[in-house]
Design a protein around this ligand. Structure first.
Ligand code: MOS
Length: 766
């Protein structure tokens, strides 16, 4: 971490003025609130006369509820009610009412709607009591009679039922049409690879459990603290499902303890908590258990096949990428799995295939670089296999086929410093000392291997509104209904505003996490900086103009004839660029103009006409060292260097943290995570943190993050492209490739557990 430590020593403010600058490392402004416990999460917010709801889940995967026996539960002291589909309050009956902002095609799940059960773990009752303990105990006493129907949860047994999904989902792009003739080019090429890959179900497992606290006022207004990646998405959903006017519901999510995509859709504890609050006319909290965290969406189980063909000099002639993934009986969950293979390498013949299979499971949901984490994994392991077939250095193969324009659609990139990532990463890692042959390095009892992979993710921008209020006492409050899921939104938005207005960071507050604030999109796709950040920059620019106008009107104003280009905002003042000693404190401008506050509002709309002309991506080059104990099958990832090109980096510290976190999840994808289904019951077996493995400190060794210089004014006015999800992409592939380099064993499924390492060969079939 030497680079990071050096970087953290860099000054964060201009000497003299205390002025914060974007691009520097700044500690999170909400850090103190978090470490002291002052930051309250959805299940921690106090409320008077609060009732507690505990969910009863279906033990069977498919069937019809014939009876619910609640007498024993209701007899427990303190139990207030057992809500089921039979006594719940009225809800809307059209599918459209259940569509949230990120819903895919299909009919969304309706909690406690009717007697149908379509997945194991489905909520079928809510026990509400005066205490959490009473509710939890009573929930165990509820007996449900379910007339079981046969279920099917096996993806591999149903690939013949795969179909082309409806491509309807925010941010989804269906695979493009074939370029050239991939089959013919494959048949004719001298060197080829045809490999299958398998990745099992994964669950997000953020530290914070899903929870909703619904606080009901005397007048019936609901203030809901919800664990979500968008307060406005939850507000919209609750309004629609229950037919409540917008003014009757406020959703807040000021702090979110990780989400990784699981909070992109309103989850059922929200619906159940609101049901109970409406039914009982009192405040209710519903928090899920860790086991129930495995019952509302997951990264889908996916089968892939990648065929690559090349000339003997390494020139790629053909790329074919197929994926078959699971979805639920009710919705077509889609994600971009295969398209990435048409964005990285120059090639004349590229063909895709993406299909879904309906299984008796809940609808999958976006998780940590959805689609790319596994799609790019398959491509990048196949590229490594091709490099060995060619007897060529894996990095040289990437450079040989480096795309200067996005290959399938033949568009320019808005920016692409991937070459710099390869160079910076390779240099930092010491890649030039690598020998081509597997099993060439050993230390003690361990084989040592070096592997690399490319990473890619979207550089997205959505639309957002922001408001800014400058108070006469010198405080600036900027607001948007954005979310901080731990990524650093509070900090980065405050930095952007402080820099624009020339104010010290301490005087600037960014308000987020409240559905009544100006419209912001869901925090997803690593796009909050490009979107909300640009709205913040926009509203500050408007505020600057208004301040200048007021300054011009002051008596004997030194700014009377000044234009925007003649002035700057620095040290809490407005001053002339050419004559900095001619300055006025912003507070004086407001006070002398007789104002206690000055407010501006701004709507940031992306320039889509311009953006559409470019393929907009973030890139990375990942280099990994593993140590493999062949007798135990244990893999240790002892060194990771991830060089990332993600436009201008706004906060070096939080951006680095994002990428480090992504790398940890990449190690996790590679070695630890999988939710195993017992197909006899159609149920996840390891739904707890003792058996669903995530990395612990002992699994994580040296991690280096490097940012390549990049500045992309097509993606955003800030030059930023967004950072977060790019951190995971390519990491598992680099680890797989390093394991091959260490051992000569090619593992084509994730996670690469000791049994697979010991077996020595992995067909990529489940
Ligand atoms: Mo992310 S998987 O878009 O929260």
């Amino acid at each position: 971490m030497t680079d990071l430590i050096e970087a953290l020593k860099a000054p964060t403010a201009d000497p003299g003025t205390g002025q914060v600058r974007t691009g520097t490392p700044v500690s999170r402004v909400d850090g103190r609130a978090k470490v002291t416990g002052q930051a309250k999460y959805a299940a921690e917010v106090p409320a008077p006369d609060l009732a507690y709801g505990v969910v009863v889940s279906s033990p069977v995967a498919k069937g019809r509820i014939t009876a619910i026996h609640t007498a024993d539960a209701l007899a427990v002291p303190g139990v207030v009610e057992v809500l089921t589909h039979q006594n719940r309050p009225k809800v809307r009956s059209f599918d459209i009412a259940y569509k949230d902002m990120t819903a895919p095609a299909g009919a969304p799940f309706r909690p406690l709607y009717d007697d149908k059960v379509f997945y194991s773990g489905q909520p079928v009752a809510l026990v509400v009591a005066e205490t959490f303990e009473a509710a939890r105990y009573a929930a165990a006493l509820v007996r449900i009679d379910i007339e079981q129907e046969p279920h099917d949860t096996k993806l591999s047994a149903n690939v013949d039922k795969a179909y082309k999904p409806k491509p309807l989902k925010a941010g989804f792009e269906p695979p493009p049409d074939e370029k050239g003739n991939a089959d013919k080019a494959f048949a004719e090429a001298p060197v080829k690879i045809d490999a299958e890959f398998y990745s099992g179900v994964e669950h997000h497992n953020p530290m914070e459990l899903f929870a909703s606290t619904v606080i009901r006022d005397a007048d019936g207004h609901l203030t809901i603290y919800d664990k979500t990646q968008s307060s406005q998405n939850s507000r919209w959903y609750v309004s629609h499902v229950f037919g409540l006017s917008k003014s009757k519901v406020t959703v807040r999510n000021p702090y979110v303890g990780g989400a990784f995509g699981s909070g992109l859709r309103p989850q059922y504890q929200l619906t159940l908590a609101v049901m109970a609050a409406l039914h009982l006319k009192r405040s209710v909290r519903v928090q899920l258990t860790r086991q129930q965290m495995f019952s509302f969406g997951h990264r889908p189980e996916t089968l892939q096949r990648v065929k690559l063909a090349a000339e003997r000099d390494g020139t790629l002639r053909s790329i074919y990428h197929q994926a078959i993934a699971e979805t639920s009986p009710i919705e077509d969950y889609v994600e971009v799995v295969v398209n990435w293979s048409g964005m990285l390498y120059a090639c004349d013949n590229i063909k895709f295939d993406y299909k879904l299979v309906k299984l008796d499971q809940y609808t999958p949901i976006d998780m940590r670089a959805p689609g790319a984490a596994h799609g790019v994994h398959a491509l990048e392991v196949a590229m490594d296999e091709l490099s060995y077939a060619l007897n060529m250095d894996p990095l040289q193969l990437r450079l040989k086929n480096y795309a200067e324009r996005s290959p399938v659609e033949d568009k320019p990139y808005s920016s692409k410093e991937l070459r710099a990532c390869y160079e910076l990463g390779a240099k930092q890692f010491g890649w030039d000392k690598r020998q081509l042959a597997p099993r060439s390095m050993k230390e003690g009892t361990e084989l040592v291997g070096w592997g690399m992979a490319t990473g890619v993710w979207d550089a997205m921008q959505m639309f957002a509104r922001a408001s800014a209020v400058l108070h006469a006492d010198g405080r600036l409050v900027v607001s948007s209904a954005a979310t901080d899921i731990g990524t650093g939104t509070y900090t980065v938005m405050a930095m952007i505003a402080a820099e624009a207005m020339g104010m010290p960071l301490e005087d600037v507050t960014f308000q987020l996490g409240d559905s009544t604030l100006p419209v912001a999109p869901i925090e997803g796709g690593s796009s909050h900086v490009t979107t909300v950040g640009s709205a913040v920059a926009g509203v500050c620019e408007k505020l600057q103009k208004t301040i200048l106008k007021h300054a011009q009107k002051l008596k004997d104003s030194p700014f009377a004839s000044a234009k925007m280009k003649d002035v700057e905002f620095a040290g809490g003042t407005l001053r002339l660029k050419k004559q900095p000693e001619t300055s006025l404190p912003l507070t004086a401008i407001l006070n002398d103009s007789g104002m206690v506050r000055l407010e501006e509002k701004y709507l940031m709309l992306p320039n889509m006409l311009k953006q559409r002309k470019f393929r907009r991506l973030v890139h990375s080059a990942v280099f990994v060292e593993v140590r493999v104990d062949e007798e135990l099958g244990v893999v240790r990832v002892t060194r990771v260097v991830n060089a990332v090109a993600a436009g201008r980096i706004m906060n070096l510290k939080t951006a680095t943290s994002q990428v480090v976190g992504g790398i940890v999840w990449g190690i996790s994808q590679a070695l630890h995570e999988e939710s195993y289904t017992d197909h006899r019951f159609g149920r996840f077996m390891n739904h707890n943190l003792s058996e669903y493995h995530v990395p612990v400190n002992a699994d994580i060794h040296a991690i280096d993050v490097i940012f390549a210089q990049e500045d992309d004014r097509i993606v955003s006015r800030l030059g930023a492209k967004g950072v977060g999800e790019i951190g995971i992409v390519g990491v598992a592939a680099a680890i797989s490739n390093a394991i091959y380099h260490a051992t000569g064993r090619r593992l084509r499924s994730t996670p690469m557990t000791p049994d697979k390492v010991l077996a020595g060969f992995d067909s990529g079939k489940p």
